[in-house]
Design a protein around this ligand. Structure first.
Ligand SMILES: Nc1ncnc2c1ncn2[C@@H]1O[C@H](COP(=O)(O)OP(=O)(O)O)[C@@H](O)[C@H]1O
Ligand SMILES: Nc1ccn([C@@H]2O[C@H](COP(=O)(O)O)[C@@H](O)[C@H]2O)c(=O)n1
Ligand SMILES: [Mg+2]
Length: 481
């Protein structure tokens, strides 16, 4: 039977594949899932642990950016990174893998060819890329263009990411390096423009004088460009004329990467799902709370910070009325008034960890509680509820830090609706959501809003979110010892 690629079921089936913080990388799993015939949605409930093992080492998308010196490689990479702000992106510079010069070579530095492939430690670069591709961090050397040496005491720690960008004049030269790339970009800028930029950059930033720059350019840079860089242009998938000035090309590249990564597929399917905009601060806090070695104090501290961000974002979805005030300058400021008919409802016990953040944002807010007993996973049973009497007149912020299967959430939402709360007046706040939970809640309650800070890969056999962070309540309240 032909597959209807525009049907909602087809889209949802596709979107329920392995996610890594809200993205899916088509065809980039390092090894196929054990049960490759079953759809991802089925795998998560039947072949859970095999799926989880296979899905976790999702491979990053590797982009190579090549081009002559001062063509704008670094500038283009910075622009791509900026536009891919929803993803974990790391930049690896081939320059970092320059071999440090020996004392003899230093004495005759003007005779050294920094533009020849041998000037780089390509074995080490390969090692770095392979580690990053397999999800491991790497200590990248720090190279100094003034002393022509590597810093012996410090490194730049680069962590595994969704996207790895490797840039450098000779990144397409070695076939083994090329083979690791999912996309190859060549930045094509006129030689005279490049020379002008190079003179300015090397005199301003690299401690050179004009004569030495021109001499090095004629003796090594230009010949090596003709011999090694230009011939490697044929490997490029995309050629960008005019480098960073070419906004159309950069937009297209970013769109392609986003399509490959399945950026926020779930947010496209369910317009009421909001993932707070990721920053390195947020990634950093997630890294800490997901680390099983973190102290209880730090777990609570960073969870609280993240919860506060989710709560603030959630409050932004409440209705408002216009309000005018007079400022101390006597002028009128037209602003908005907060929604007053509001309450929180925490799903006991871990939802209670979100109450303080809600109280800190909304002075005197009423908070109700719901306890759902977990008997296996399907036998969810409501066993306690204490809700404000006038809850039907309020907007409800439902609190639970982890959305896994969605069964508890659905029970809680059912109860709120029974109590007369309109579905569209409920905002479900959590830190981590599994795609299965999002499908489960959003299919049933399409007008409810979900605000989360990251979407994880999947749930496993034991209905735990992968990679997740374990039992949130136990870690937060210190009952996991
Ligand atoms: N489109 C541009 N317009 C003006 N200056 C640019 C442009 N792109 C890059 N530059 C400047 O040219 C120099 C080299 O650019 P860079 O991106 O570092 O090139 P590469 O990494 O290819 O050597 C830098 O000083 C940068 O600020
Ligand atoms: N000690 C060094 C090392 C390298 N170079 C030059 O740097 C160029 C590569 O960097 P880009 O940012 O321009 O791609 C390369 O052309 C080398 O000549 C150097 O001058 N000194
Ligand atoms: Mg550069």
């Amino acid at each position: 039977m032909p597959v209807e690629t525009d049907s909602i079921d087809y889209v949802m089936e596709k979107a329920s594949g392995p996610h890594f913080s809200g993205l899916r990388i088509d065809g980039l799993l390092s090894s196929p899932p054990a049960s490759s015939t079953s759809s991802p949605a089925h795998r998560s409930s039947s072949a859970g642990s095999a799926f989880a093992e296979a899905a976790v080492p999702t491979q990053p998308f590797v982009i190579g950016v090549c081009g002559g010196t001062a063509s704008g490689k670094t500038t283009v990479c910075d622009m791509i990174i900026q536009q891919l702000h929803d993803h974990r992106v790391v930049l690896v510079n081939q320059d970092s893998f320059y071999r440090g010069l020996t004392p003899d070579e230093l004495l005759r530095v003007h005779e050294y060819n920094f533009d020849h492939p041998d000037a780089f430690d390509t074995e080490q670069l390969l090692d770095c890329l392979e580690k990053l591709k397999s999800g491991l961090p790497y200590q990248v050397p720090i190279y100094d263009f003034k002393s022509h040496q590597r810093c012996s005491s410090s490194f730049r720690q680069v962590n595994a990411s969704d996207v790895i960008i490797l840039e450098g004049i000779l990144v397409f030269h070695d076939q083994r390096v090329r083979n690791l790339m999912n996309m190859k970009i060549f930045v094509d800028t006129d030689a005279d423009v490049r020379l002008a930029r190079r003179i300015r950059r090397d005199t301003v930033e690299r401690g050179r004088d004009i004569n030495s720059v021109l001499e090095q350019y004629a003796k090594f840079v230009k010949p090596a460009f003709d011999d090694f860089v230009l011939p490697s242009k044929k490997y490029a998938d995309v050629i960008i004329p005019r480098g960073g000035d070419n906004h159309v090309a950069i937009d297209l590249i970013v769109q392609h990467i986003q399509t490959k990564l399945g950026l926020h597929d779930l947010c496209k399917i369910y317009p009421n799902v909001y993932v707070i905009q990721s920053t390195f601060q947020i990634r950093g806090m997630h890294t800490l709370i997901r680390d099983r070695e973190i102290s209880k104090h730090d777990f609570v501290f960073y969870s609280d910070r993240l919860i506060r961000l989710v709560v603030e974002h959630g409050l932004g979805h409440l209705p408002f009325t216009e309000k005018q005030v007079v400022t101390p300058t006597g002028s009128v400021y037209t602003g908005v008034d907060f929604c007053k008919k509001l309450c929180g409802v925490s799903i006991i016990r871990s939802g209670e960890s979100m109450e303080n953040a809600l109280r800190a944002c909304c002075k005197g807010i009423k908070i109700g509680k719901i306890l759902i007993h977990r008997d296996g996973d399907n036998g969810k049973q409501l066993i306690y509820e204490k809700l404000p009497k006038d809850i039907s007149e309020r907007h409800v912020l439902l609190l639970d830090p982890v959305l896994a299967t969605g069964n508890s959430a659905n029970q809680a939402i059912d109860l709120l609706i029974q109590k007369g709360v309109p579905e569209s007046h409920i905002i479900f706040l959590n830190l981590i959501s599994a795609p299965e939970g999002i499908h489960c809640v959003c299919k049933r309650f399409p007008s409810l809003k979900i605000v989360t800070s990251e979407i994880d890969i999947a749930i496993n056999d034991e209905f735990r979110v992968i990679p997740g962070l374990g039992e949130f309540g136990d870690r937060y309240f210190g009952t996991d010892d």
